[in-house]
Design a protein around this ligand. Structure first.
Ligand code: AMP
Ligand code: GLY
Length: 423
């Protein structure tokens, strides 16, 4: 099979690494990829949002499958685009625009959950014209207040605010002053759920689904999960508090109603569904849906997958996923992100990375890196995801932290407490 993978982060390096192990892979191209993905295929200088450019490439190389890593090509309609091309026959792994609204619109996702009785926080949605109702709704809730821009806001559109008058000010700034541009022309206000978060992943062909290993990510820049939000600073899998009973609840109360709900609403869905969940007194609730895999969760989920990922993708493309097996290995995995100094605010790029060839106990997934001949340099905020296997999560974490000691670049930072809250 000839595959084009879109994206350039740690998630995409992990996808490339996993697909490269498939017995049915003929050719792998990654657009645009990074210094890590080039070890598993050929990087191509194309933007994931340049659909015409991708089409030309797909025709030239006879690509069979496009695997979409990040959400924006999906939300921008890459699956719809290729469905409507008469002169090219390629499967896109990822939902169409309408289905990607599960991630692209918080209001759409909340309406969907309400309609299908899927447990989630109570909410209401407001616009510029109903801002006064928004103030009243805030008054009816207890602190902290959760305000969410309806649309995609580069992961920054969710505000959690302790104080009522500040929450009202922020609501006004989102709705009336377009704080997040068009993304905050509608704002979802919801009840705060107090619990511990985890991520679950499903692959589906629209009829059947397969559950992948669960994971927990660490979103804040600082230790103790303090400070600014990031794309994710580390992840572990399995999640110690996700007992078989709890995982059953997730499947029965959330995953099955979601798959059935999509079908009942006439929404065709193929690809990954990422369930951002929270455990409140042993009951799972949905915080958010994403239409893609998580990053850095993928860097611990795929290493635990024994099955051939390309075989699963073929099952999605041919709607025969029910005939495939998903088998995990019984190892634990942990990943720790090394980031550029200053991230998630201003940081510099182009710092040479040392020590990558000395790592024997971990898999180093590249995120923001670029090759400069034989030299690898930093090229983003999140630079490397250092993943290790272990007999348990603690053992895996120890290996990652030992490996990190051997890697260096100017300004490198990482959290030293990944996984500690659940061990
Ligand atoms: P989202 O983009 O919807 O995942 O929100 C970003 C983060 O805000 C989540 O990962 C949670 O940590 C937090 N969050 C969102 N909604 C809630 C809620 N209703 N209660 C508590 N925390 C929330
Ligand atoms: N790590 C969270 C995400 O990928 O959205």
């Amino acid at each position: 099979m000839k595959v084009l993978l879109l994206g350039s982060g740690g998630r995409e390096h992990a996808l490339a690494w996993k697909m490269a192990q498939s017995s049915i892979l003929e050719d792998l191209f990654i657009a645009p990829g990074n210094a890590g993905t080039r070890k598993h295929g050929q990087n191509v200088n194309l933007s994931p949002n340049d659909f015409e450019g991708i089409k030309t490439f797909v025709k030239e190389k006879n690509i069979d499958i496009i695997v979409v890593g990040p959400e924006d090509p999906l939300v921008n309609g890459i699956a719809d685009f290729f469905e409507n091309q008469e002169d090219v026959d390629v499967a896109v792994i990822g939902p169409k625009k309408e289905a990607a609204l599960l991630e692209g619109s918080k209001d759409f996702a909340k309406e969907f959950m309400k309609r299908h009785n899927i447990p989630t926080a109570k909410y209401q949605t407001f616009t510029k014209d109903t801002i006064e109702d928004g103030y009243s709704f805030l008054e009816s809730l207890k602190a902290p207040y959760v305000l969410k821009a309806d649309g995609l806001a580069a992961g920054k559109g969710v505000l959690i605010i302790d104080n009522l008058s500040e929450a009202k000010r922020e609501l006004k700034s989102m709705l009336a002053d377009a704080k997040f541009g068009d993304a905050s022309s509608r704002v979802v206000i919801e009840e705060f759920l107090d619990g511990i978060e985890l991520s679950c992943f499903v692959i589906t062909d629209g009829d059947s689904y397969k559950i992948l290993p669960e994971a927990k990510d660490y979103k804040r820049i600082g230790e103790g999960d303090k400070g600014l939000n990031t794309g994710g600073m580390g992840a572990i899998s399995p999640v110690p508090f996700a007992s078989p009973t709890f995982l059953d609840k997730i499947e029965n109360q959330i995953i099955i109603p979601t798959i059935k709900g999509l079908k009942n609403d006439g929404i065709e869905y193929n690809g990954f569904i990422f369930f951002g969940l929270i455990n409140v007194k042993n009951e799972p609730y949905v915080i958010e849906y994403n239409c893609r895999l998580g990053d850095p969760e993928t860097e611990v989920v795929l290493p635990r997958l024994k099955s051939d990922l390309l075989d699963l993708f073929e099952g999605v493309a041919s709607k025969t996923l029910s005939e495939r097996d998903v088998v995990f290995n019984d190892k634990s995995a942990a990943t720790v992100m090394m980031v550029s100094g200053g991230y998630p605010e201003k940081y510099e790029r182009g710092k040479q990375i040392y020590g990558l060839n000395e790592i024997t106990d971990s898999i180093v997934f590249h995120a923001g890196t670029i090759a400069d001949g034989p030299v690898v340099k930093t090229n983003g905020g999140r630079v490397l995801a250092v993943t290790s296997y272990g007999k348990n999560v603690e053992d895996a974490l120890n290996k990652s932290y030992n490996s990190i000691q051997k890697i260096s670049f100017e300004g490198a930072y990482y959290r030293k407490d990944i996984g500690f809250d659940v061990l």
